[in-house]
Design a protein around this ligand. Sequence first.
Ligand SMILES: Cc1cc2nc3c(=O)[nH]c(=O)nc-3n(C[C@H](O)[C@H](O)[C@H](O)COP(=O)(O)O)c2cc1C
Length: 324
Amino acid sequence: MTIKTRITELFGIDHPIVMGGMQGVGRAELVAAVSNAGAIGFLTALTQPTPEALYDEVQKTRELTDKPFGVNITVLPTLKPVPYDDYVAAVVEADVSFVETAGRSPEPFMPAFKKAGIKVIHKCTSVRHSIKAQKVGCDAVSIDGFECAGHPGEDDIPGLVLVPATADQVDLPLIASGGYGDARGLVAALSLGADAINMGTRFLATQEAGVHENMKSKLVESSERDTALIFRSMRNTARVFKNEIAEEVMKIEAEGGTIKDVAHLVSGERGRKAMAAGDLDGGIWTAGMVTALIHDVPTVAELISRISAEAQQLIEKRLSSMVA
Ligand SMILES: Cc1cc2nc3c(=O)[nH]c(=O)nc-3n(C[C@H](O)[C@H](O)[C@H](O)COP(=O)(O)O)c2cc1C
């Protein structure tokens, strides 16, 4: 038996589980592992230094899996300008079937995606942005609650309210994101009106994730109290792991500092170097509250089959037995 939803149908996958874009992490090996396990992974476009490198990464992923996968394109304020149109052109050229957009409305890119027959899943953090995504022709919406790693937006609405509120107002297939890490979350999300879950942080603590072992162990040790919100004062909030650098950034923000005052602490280059060395206090790294629910470092296939099997048990045994 499997769980069949509008999202498993849309992507042609076995399990209603998605791995969204992860800067610095969403590369061919991990994406292929997720797709090979019957879920769907998204390569992160901007992890590749150039649009040409993204094209090559798509080809590399194809060598590792013949299952469906996609590409995430995230449009956020960056210190260096990004040639977004060229990344979109590379995705079209590579004949990708699915794109996850995030950060800004995908409206400017929709004509190119539609012309190429690409299905667009827009990941956003509010009901109003989901409604807009539907209006501009997206094929599905992924809704990130306040719990999520990365950018939860500025409204601070947790998934327990955000997911059903979105399901009430949007007809598109819906992916619940933020705070999901096990079967309980998947069943809860399906109950709330979603057709799948999207996980980021949980996939960092898998064998195939190309991150330092120190990070995987730290995620296993950590609790729900170990994340922090930085860039609040700049209205570009990011949920990251609460380490020494995150604490320092929050202190500077509280004292009225601007992006210039924290740029040396938060630069991507600093983060990349520190993470490659396993120095978890050396730079900013992204993680969500779901760290509380991470207790091991399984293979991706083990994780996905465990979530799917336990979800079916929860539905068939625990929930059914409660119906008098
Ligand atoms: C290390 C890391 C990097 C991320 N980078 C991106 C990104 O570049 N673009 C994006 O849309 N989301 C990014 N995310 C967010 C995830 O795609 C996903 O929405 C989020 O992790 C869901 O919350 P969860 O971590 O509680 O599962 C990132 C998450 C993590 C953990």
